[in-house]
Design a protein around this ligand. Sequence first.
Ligand code: SF4
Ligand code: SF4
Length: 261
Amino acid sequence: MAESGDRPKLAVWKFASCDGCQLSLLDCEDELLELAAEVEIAYFLEATRGEVEGPYDLSLVEGSVTTPHDAERIQQVRAASKHLVTIGACATAGGIQALRNFADVDDFVAAVYATPDYISTLETSTPISAHVPVDFELQGCPINKRQLLEVIGAFLNRRKPNVPAHSVCIECKRNGTVCVTVAHGTPCLGPVTHAGCGALCPSYDRGCYGCYGPMESPNTASLSAWWRGPLEVEERDIVRAFRTFNAGAAPFRAESEAHDG
Ligand code: SF4
Ligand code: SF4
């Protein structure tokens, strides 16, 4: 193993999130020791209280910006990071907490907290890229650990990450999974959702609900027309389908708004 000073420094930061994407890194049980031999895990509070000062060669950022303090802190993280990669639906699209973007956040605060005066929050939940330049966004809720290792390896080797931007449908075809929409008339967001999960839900005869967020150039209007027509899905259910973990991702937000009211 190289001396710690010779290895690139990796930092992992948390903003508004459930920690599930950080756990995906800890879930790399077989590869974690190998990774630790290649990088110095300099800041990762989910795993260790030890902290090594920056600057950092690669920062992984989980979570969205939901408070004034978050908005300040992400600037500091960016300034301390040579490369910054956002991981997960919260960091890349605002997460499930971006549902506040479609409502009045004060209503949520009043409903949830006994003493709302103590709560300091922004009206919206926004992705990290709305605040600072981001070098790569890895989608998913949670992210796929194989894709995460690929991204870390790519940055360490100064190459482009090999993370295909095609849809979940392609993964179904590659796996030989029968299409749940064609075979059973099940509404499925697979045609507009970013690959990465291995088409997990259709392999269990369920429609995809879009946890990996939009694929590159998704034709959401065409999918909604199919849902409304042959599949007889109601408008409010189309709104709900596009308003989950990736409600704030631009194509999903626009499609839900097109059917809302
Ligand atoms: S993207 Fe999903 S798994 Fe990751 S931190 Fe957000 S809520 Fe948790
Ligand atoms: S909801 Fe879609 S993207 Fe998420 S695990 Fe299921 S099939 Fe994959």
